[in-house]
Structure formats: structure tokens, C-alpha cells
Design a binder for this molecule. Structure first.
Ligand SMILES: [Ca+2]
Length: 491
């Protein structure tokens, strides 16, 4: 928990900046820069006295299937480093994200609030000139919440929460560092990155070929970008090991395009299907990166003070990238379990029971809520988090469930899912009658029991309607509305 003893030190720096020698202070700050001042303050606060609040690293994959990691039973892709997170911590078998496609899922994770509350319910288009196309400024990111608590935050990889740099760039939204791309996907080979400036990309396919940004600066392409992101993550830990940090390691793999280098492809001589083989190689590259991140934490003795979580941003789009969500039904985009129930594991050495399994539903929204709670960071009363601090639940102190109910709404498709206990109500497409499944004996959602349990259908439908009444309509025209967006801009 937060070290109260750190407050006098903060006070010292606040007073320093307010002293009559303001000019002197201003020149001092100018000489080292504000970033330098921040590092100086952080080293004063934490240098030599030990850090009391934990770090958090969230490793999020893009379009990784539920069954494509060893800890969920994958046989043909070896993921020893990813699996080690579950072995050294907790495997959550019912881990959910807030949406079944990338953008809204990430908007939920980054705010620890259901994105349907604030109109982020579509995948945004890549529109560098549209300040409304992305995360509304009315919402705060976890990085913004953690900043007053003395955290240094970085994101490496995919952003996908808006490409309008003056309003939506990660460093305009609370992050201190960014290395990655602003759009929803990216090509992996450096020789294919042919557009220097992010602002010059027009539309989705262009956006996949921009140079990566380091902060606001485009960087000449260096290497296979999954490896590039892993390098940056190692560097981030090395540079920020002396003060509390939050790192969002947001791999765009194994999202399409399916592209892998020989080093990883050669690991899978037994996979004949070329699509699955490339996918496996891409997952293997992530696994190497996870191993390097974990090794860096061990190197600096940070494992006991760092929470590491691993998950996917949505279910696998099985036909597109040869992922698999078995035994779950459906995949990316669906309200079936395969759409938004994802591989989820979390470790915190010495604090969470190693090698344990947790069955109650947890959510990606809980990760931000966990670190915000542990950092004792303030949360706005009118925008309460939907996530909860998972630690007391995962370590067995709290025997109750973190969530009575998990919700999903897909506005444009009129789809809903409501999981309450083991039962799940689903309206899988517009106009469909609600169906009910008992996930305790039917994880694959094969037997609709709505007619057998009408009372439960009614109860869950009331929960759905009540939650729905709290939500807003989408606030921007998404990818599927590109033509309507362009027409509106022309007017
Ligand atoms: Ca995704």
C-alpha cells in the first residue's frame, strides 16, 4: 500500500517550486527539462528507501485465442514464458474483456470502466484529423489516475484509442512514454514501413505502414516489430526500476497481417497449415518477449514488487488468423464466450498463490482498478470504476465474487450478454429471443435452457435492461461506418 512517508517528500518539491526564488527554480527546471525534474523528484522520493507501492505490467495480445496458450491447454504452440505467469501466479479461467473487438476492449481496460458508458462502442477509424475519433477527453486513463500517486507510465505497442495526435496521443492521455503505433494494427516487417509520418497515413491500410513513434517522433524501422517492442519493454524496466511504474505492453501480434520471421517459423516444423504455422510463430515471438520481461524483473529483484498480468484484447478471429477458442463457442466480434472470454493469468510473487486457478469471473477492467487501489490513487466520484481490486479475491482473503454480473453490449448489432453466476443470458443477434446457457456444464453454449428456467431468463433480462439504461449511444462513427463518416466530413 502507499507509503505515507512519501508525502513530506512531495511537499518538499511542491514548496521548492513555490519558493520566492521562482526565477531560479524556473531556470533550474528549464535546464533539466520537466522530464528531468520528474525523474529527480522520483529518485528523491524512492531512491535508497525502497518502493512501497507495486509496479504493474499488463501484457495484452491482440486477437489471441482462448486456447492458444499452454496454460489453457494449447498443444501445438509452446508458450513456456507466458505459462510461467500462471505457474507463478493465478490462472483465471473466466477472464473477460469489456468488448469483443479491439478498440472498445482497450478503451475499457485503459479506463477500468465499461466503454459502453462513454460511447466507445465501435472500432475507431484511423483518422489523424478527427479529434472525436477515439477516447473521449471526459474519461481518465489509468495512467492519468496513477500520475498524482507518483507513477511513471509507459505504453509500448498498439494504442487504437485515437490517431489525432494533439488530443488522443497516449502522452496526451497520462502516459509518460510511448513507443508504438496509433492505429488498430501494423505490418511487422521493417521494410514494409514506408510512411514516415503517422499524420500522412490515409485510412486503415496506410496506417499499418507508418514508422513507429517514440513519443511524438517517427523512428526509422529497426526490426521485426514484436521483437522491437520486447526490446523497448526491457529498456523501460531497466530505466524505471527505481520508482513505481505502470507498463502497458500492448503487442499487436497475433493480429493480421500474418507475418513471421524464420527464427520463429523454424520452431514449428510439425505444423503443416501455413496460416497456423505463421500464427504460431507470431505467438512464439511474444512468448520470447514475455520471457525477457520476466527475466528483467528477476535481474533487478522486482518480482515481489511487480504485478504482471497477461491477456488478449478479445477472442480469436479463427478464420482470419487460424487462432482457436476451443471449447468456447464463436470468436472475435461475438457475444458468445469465444468473443470476449480470453486467456488471463496474473502473478505477484509472494502475494498471490503460485500455481492456483480461479474460477469466478474476472474482467480486464479489474487490472486498472487493482493498481489504482494499491497506489491509493484518487478516482472521480462521478466516474466510479467498474473494475475491482482483484488481489483479496485471488489470494483467498475475500471469498465473495469480484463481480455478481459480467455484461456485454454491442450497440450496432443489438447484441447482449449477461453472465450472472454460472448462467448466461445472450441475445446473439438483433431481434433474437434471449437464450440461456449454464456455463458450469455447458461451456460451449450448446444447449439453450431458456424454456426450462424462465424465471432466470426474466431475472437476467432485468439486469440487462437496468445496465443498458446506464449506457450512452456510440459517440463516433466507427470502421463499419467509414462511408457515412466521409460524407459527413464533406458537408
Ligand atoms: Ca483485437
Amino acid at each position: 500500500m502507499k507509503s505515507k512517508s512519501s508525502f513530506p517528500a512531495w511537499d518538499f518539491w511542491i514548496q521548492f517550486l513555490k519558493t520566492p526564488a521562482t526565477i531560479l527554480n524556473f531556470n533550474f527546471v528549464k535546464s533539466i527539462g520537466f522530464f528531468g525534474l520528474k525523474l529527480l523528484i522520483l529518485s528523491h522520493l524512492y531512491g535508497g528507501q525502497g518502493q512501497k507501492t507495486p509496479n504493474m505490467i499488463v501484457i495484452m495480445c491482440d486477437d489471441l485465442g482462448y486456447a492458444d496458450v499452454g496454460f489453457n491447454g494449447c498443444k501445438d504452440i509452446s508458450t513456456p514464458h507466458i505459462d510461467s505467469i500462471a505457474e507463478n501466479g493465478v490462472r483465471c479461467t473466466s477472464g473477460y474483456v469489456a468488448y469483443a473487438v479491439c478498440g472498445p476492449s482497450r478503451a475499457g481496460f485503459i479506463t477500468a470502466r465499461y466503454p459502453q458508458r462513454f460511447g466507445f462502442e465501435r472500432n475507431p477509424q484511423y483518422q489523424p484529423k478527427d479529434p472525436e475519433m477515439g477516447l473521449t477527453r471526459d474519461e481518465k486513463t489509468i495512467a492519468e489516475l496513477l500520475r498524482p500517486a507518483g507513477y511513471h507510465s509507459g505504453i509500448i505497442g498498439k494504442w487504437h484509442l485515437g490517431a489525432h495526435i494533439p488530443t488522443s496521443h497516449p502522452m496526451k492521455r497520462g502516459f509518460d512514454e510511448f513507443y508504438g503505433h496509433l492505429g488498430g494494427g501494423h505490418t511487422y516487417f521493417p521494410e514494409k514501413l514506408t510512411i514516415k509520418r503517422s499524420q500522412d497515413a490515409e485510412g486503415e491500410s496506410d496506417s499499418y505502414r507508418t514508422w513507429l513513434l517514440k513519443g511524438y517522433e517517427p523512428v526509422p524501422p529497426r526490426k521485426y516489430i514484436t521483437d522491437d517492442f520486447s526490446d523497448e519493454a526491457v529498456s523501460f524496466i531497466e530505466r524505471n526500476r527505481d520508482w513505481p511504474f505502470f507498463l502497458f505492453l500492448s503487442y499487436n501480434a497475433p493480429h493480421t497481417p500474418l507475418e513471421a520471421i524464420e527464427k520463429y517459423l523454424n520452431r514449428f516444423p510439425g505444423i503443416e497449415d501455413s496460416k497456423r504455422k505463421t500464427y504460431a510463430a507470431m505467438v512464439s515471438a511474444i512468448d520470447d518477449g514475455v520471457g525477457r520481461v520476466l527475466a528483467e524483473l528477476r535481474k533487478y529483484g522486482l518480482e515481489e514488487n511487480t504485478i504482471v498480468a497477461f491477456l488478449s484484447d478479445n477472442g480469436g478471429p479463427t478464420t482470419k488468423n487460424a487462432s482457436t477458442n476451443a471449447p468456447l463457442r464463436g470468436g472475435k466480434g461475438d457475444a458468445w464466450e469465444g468473443g470476449f472470454r480470453i486467456p488471463f493469468a496474473i502473478q505477484w510473487k509472494g502475494k498471490l498463490p503460485a500455481g492456483s486457478s480461479y474460477e469466478n469471473p474476472v474482467s480486464s477492467l479489474d487490472l486498472g482498478a487493482t493498481i489504482v487501489t494499491l497506489a491509493d490513487a484518487a478516482v472521480s466520484k462521478d466516474k466510479p470504476l467498474d473494475g475491482v481490486n482483484l488481489i483479496p479475491f485471488l489470494n483467498g482473503e475475500n471469498k465473495a465474487k469480484p463481480h455478481d454480473t459480467i455484461y456485454l453490449r454491442q450497440f450496432d448489432r443489438n447484441r447482449f450478454a449477461v453472465r450472472n453466476g454460472h448462467e448466461k443470458l445472450i441475445i446473439p443477434w438483433k431481434g433474437a429471443a434471449p437464450q440461456l446457457y449454464d456455463l458450469s456444464n455447458d461451456i460451449g453454449e450448446q444447449k439453450d435452457i431458456a424454456k426450462e428456467r424462465p424465471k432466470r431468463v426474466q431475472e437476467l433480462d432485468i439486469l440487462r435492461k437496468n445496465w443498458n439504461a446506464e449506457l450512452k449511444e456510440p459517440s463516433f462513427l466507427g470502421l463499419i461506418h467509414s462511408a457515412a463518416w466521409a460524407k459527413r466530413r464533406r458537408k
